[in-house]
Design a binder for this molecule. Structure first.
Ligand SMILES: O=P(O)(O)O[C@@H]1C[C@H](O)[C@@H](CO)O1
Ligand code: HPA
Length: 311
């Protein structure tokens, strides 16, 4: 057994000691993004496991991310679906290795989840996406993956997994359909839910205006610092994935820059100054919108889980 396999074995042994038989093999895994962990409090028969008590798990260091796995049932009493939710995730920018970032996803897959719903907070690149919109991700652009920072790089420790993973079908069409059915059943307005492409960046810096323009020109609708490693690990292990991105801020992409020379010349000539385009994004803003929209995200995830359970 490789060192990594024996680490998985001890994580799962440790979970077995604490999680009852009915919940230890959940059907659906959920990853809660920045400010979106309230879902954990609505699970029935909930069992919480702190990451720092689990072999192999790191600890999340980002505001708005707890460090707990929550097991429980989601959905109506008679049709409750066993789920496991990550209340808080790991990002490479925190200093975690890629192996640590995707470790919980691999544990979920080993416990038997067939579907994973991943949520995140993201910046809007597409000007048609209002802050507060939930975007069902249909594709991604991952500059880190294309430039040697792919979470699947490394010796193959499990030969049953594919070495060359196709990603043309990474975002399950049937699951995306269920999300739209769930939104319809909840009576959400059409504008509450959109579809788009997630651009993954490493962070922790937010984009410069030129980087935002570049990612938009490349086809990105939203930009964020997480999720893609989790998608890759889940797909490698044969799990169906859907991703819901909450637009928490608009990435400012000016068409042109205000010329400082023109500003100074206008100043010297006593003419009115052109309006400056200066919007500064902050994690506090991200968390505020996350909090405001946590309930609708929770309802959407819960209804989607219910539909997965009865599909
Ligand atoms: O974990 P997610 O992707 O929800 O968090 C986003 C990306 C950064 O971690 C942080 C930036 O505000 O929010
Ligand atoms: O504007 C953003 N850029 C990158 N990641 C983010 N996560 C929330 N907002 C953003």
């Amino acid at each position: 057994m490789s060192a990594q396999q024996s680490s998985f074995a001890s994580t799962i042994d440790s979970l077995r000691e604490r999680v009852p038989e009915g919940l230890i093999h959940p059907k659906v895994g959920i990853v809660c993004g920045s400010g979106l962990s309230t879902l954990g409090s609505t699970l029935r028969d909930r069992v919480l496991v702190d990451y720092d008590t689990l072999p192999g798990f790191a600890k999340s260091t980002v505001a708005g991310h707890k460090s707990q796995l929550a097991f429980g049932y989601l959905g109506p009493e008679d049709k409750g679906v066993p789920v496991v939710a990550m209340l808080g995730r790991f990002h490479p920018y925190e200093g975690h290795t890629m192996a640590s970032v995707v470790y919980p996803i691999r544990v979920m897959a080993k416990l038997g989840v067939t579907h994973i719903i991943i949520t995140n907070a993201a910046g809007g690149l597409n000007p048609n996406l209002a802050v507060g919109t939930i975007v069902v991700i249909q594709d991604h652009i991952a500059l880190p993956n294309l430039t040697g920072f792919n979470p699947l790089i490394g010796a193959q420790t499990d030969l049953s997994l594919p070495r060359f993973l196709p990603l043309s079908n990474a975002y399950s069409r049937p699951l995306r359909k269920l999300v739209f059915h769930a939104a319809h059943q909840l009576g959400l307005e059409k504008s509450a839910l959109a579809e788009g492409t997630y651009a993954w960046v490493s962070g922790p810096t937010y984009e410069t205006p030129a980087e935002g323009r570049f990612l938009r020109a490349a086809g990105g609708d939203v930009v964020g610092m997480s999720t893609i490693p989790e998608v890759l690990a889940a797909r490698e292990m044969g799990v169906e994935v859907t991703v819901l991105s909450l637009v928490t801020n608009a990435v400012v992409i000016p068409d042109t820059y205000n010329s400082i020379r023109e500003e100074v010349e206008a100043e010297l000539a006593g003419k009115p100054l052109p309006a400056a385009v200066d919007a500064i994004v902050s994690h506090e803003e991200v968390l505020t919108i996350g909090k405001q929209k946590a309930e609708v995200m929770r309802q959407l995830v819960e209804k989607t889980v219910e539909l997965i359970g009865s599909a």
